[in-house]
Design a protein around this ligand. Sequence first.
Ligand SMILES: [Zn+2]
Length: 315
Amino acid sequence: MRCAYHPDYYVPLPPSHPFPMAKYPLLFERLRTAGLVRNADRIEPTEAALDDLRLVHADTYLGQLAAGTLDAAAVRKIGVPWSAALWRRSRLAVQGTLEAARAALEDGLAANLAGGTHHAFPGHGEGFCVLNDVAVAIRVLQRDSRLRRALVIDLDVHQGNGTAAIFADDPDVFTFSMHGERNYPTRKMRSTLDVGLADGLGDDDYLALLQQHLAAIFTDFTPDVVFYLAGVDPVHGDRYGRLRLTDEGLRLRERRVLEACRSRDRPTVITIAGGYAPTPERTAELHSIVFEEAVALHRRAADHCNHPVRGATRP
Ligand SMILES: [Zn+2]
């Protein structure tokens, strides 16, 4: 499976900062050591082009990001201090998702070892999100006639408010967000389908709801590509999560999403989105589960089919 990753996804933050920036290199190392990402499968993105970012983001906002002239309130809303490295990192991560989407359209499945920054709106960032990578990737591929319809499956525990707002009037983009109803953001935007979850929800109820809604979505909507935001913050013990998924529940979640896409032959792009376990090592461990499941699913599909299947040559 091709995966986008750049060492500069990591940007140093003050030691007391709550965002676990170290999870990006830790996840990459973990997947590389486990043989889940081989050197030949790695895509190293460049910085996303401004013309591409403009398909979603306001010129004024992009100009302020480039020049470092966001006011204090705007920086506070993002929650990560501005730096030239952060601006570069944000553009690298957008391009990573775009490159992963292009790879998924060829191979059936690909990933970005970052991305899923779903709280970014056209004219401002918030909740640790600067640019909306999935929205930019969809708009670029639509512009380039590579796809018409996209489905966003957002299982980060926080509602994908930026993504919902960006595609609110676009019937070709189905935004599905399953999130903590009482969790951030306080003011939710309207996705095509929002499923708000009660605090403390565990594996069985979570997985039953997921299964039911995935089946209904795929009955009504046939996307050319699926973007999966595989946030691991619904797992028990997450600092910002409030839900109680176990590791095994998370594994089943990843398996069901990937199988739902695979069984319908829908190209799928994995982005990692949020995760705030007690340590960055633990967060990286949880993020690695979707990659373990993705590679296992491809192997099973290749084993069970006598004919070449999309992606089978790139397990
Ligand atoms: Zn989140």
